[in-house]
Design a protein around this ligand. Structure first.
Ligand SMILES: [Zn+2]
Length: 304
């Protein structure tokens, strides 16, 4: 028993001394990590383009933003490369959409060696819709409702303030300005969609359910319920029938997927293929410009 006591005493002494030794050796202990944030811009990694654009608007010069999903790829199938895993190992902030969009995240976060990485799930706190059976925990495309996008911006602002308190005033001011811009965009979409002759549309994959709910549209059918899985002949026949029934003038494809199935349906129904982009275009993936493009395409397809 005495031996046991002595051993625990030695252990206790070591536990008390050990951090002092580490501290004296040049700040390699985890407690020294936060000071890194003040040395230069924060290294911010965003899973998809819109999140990267929000981060740039909130962070300005105080952040350097990298986007994981490259142009033309779909987040539903994309996984980070080894080079991107290295980037994550030295990043300060990782911004995820959540709701299963980053299906790779649990595994990747487990293998990272970066205890100071701040992970922010931008959709957390919003109401998630369940729209088809194959979804992991719900439909993840919440950012396409512009009011939801303001929530994303606020979550990103709070994460930046937590990691870099010295930039608090900058983050508060920039996020407030950008949220005003988004609210104007929201009004513009509401006003334009309200005058559409046809409120029903055929989407490529179930990306537009939050957009449709916010702006008073109805997704009558989708070409691919599981993104990347082409529809069967029976499904194509059903979509063609739906297109005729709703008097569709166009079917909406997306640049991240092959438009082949949409083209077949459009030919069968004698309508056009138009493109909606849920992710934006590089290099800056400008969300506001992308949503204006989407609004213009919808207007072409659904008329005034
Ligand atoms: Zn999607």
């Amino acid at each position: 028993m005495i031996r046991g006591l002595r051993r625990s005493h030695i252990l206790l002494t070591l536990l008390l001394i050990f951090p002092l030794i580490l501290g004296a050796c040049g700040g390699k202990s985890p407690t020294a990590a936060p000071s890194k944030a003040h040395e230069g811009p924060l290294t911010v990694v965003a899973s998809i383009g819109p999140l990267g654009d929000f981060a740039r608007h909130v962070g300005g010069d105080r952040v350097q933003v990298h986007v994981l999903v490259p142009p033309g790829a779909s987040p539903h199938t994309y996984e980070p490369t080894p080079a991107q895993l290295k980037l994550l190992n030295r990043a300060d902030v990782l911004i995820l959409n959540g709701v299963g969009l980053e299906f790779w995240a649990p595994k990747v976060l487990d293998t990272l060696d970066n205890p100071h990485l701040k992970v922010v799930v931008a959709s957390e706190g919003l109401r998630v819709l369940q729209t088809s059976e194959g979804e992991r925990g719900g439909n993840p495309h919440l950012w396409l409702d512009v009011i939801n996008a303001t929530h994303y911006v606020a979550r990103i602002r709070d994460a930046f303030i937590a990691v870099d308190p010295a930039g608090k005033e900058v983050y508060l001011e920039k996020s407030a300005d950008y949220i005003e811009t988004l609210k104007d965009l929201d009004k513009e979409i509401l006003f334009t969609v309200d005058r559409f002759a046809n409120k029903k549309f055929i989407a490529f994959h179930p990306a537009w359910v939050y957009f449709a709910r916010r702006y008073g549209l109805e997704q009558a059918a989708v070409v691919e319920h599981t993104p990347g899985k082409e529809p069967s002949p029976a499904e194509i026949a059903h979509i063609v029938e739906t297109a005729r029934r709703i008097g569709a003038k166009a079917i909406f494809a997306e640049p991240q997927f092959s438009p082949k199935a949409a083209q077949v349906i459009a030919e069968e129904s004698g309508i056009h293929v138009l493109f909606l982009n849920p992710l934006g275009e590089p290099p800056d993936y400008d969300y506001v410009a992308t949503m204006r493009h989407n609004l213009a395409e919808l207007k072409k397809g659904m008329g005034e």
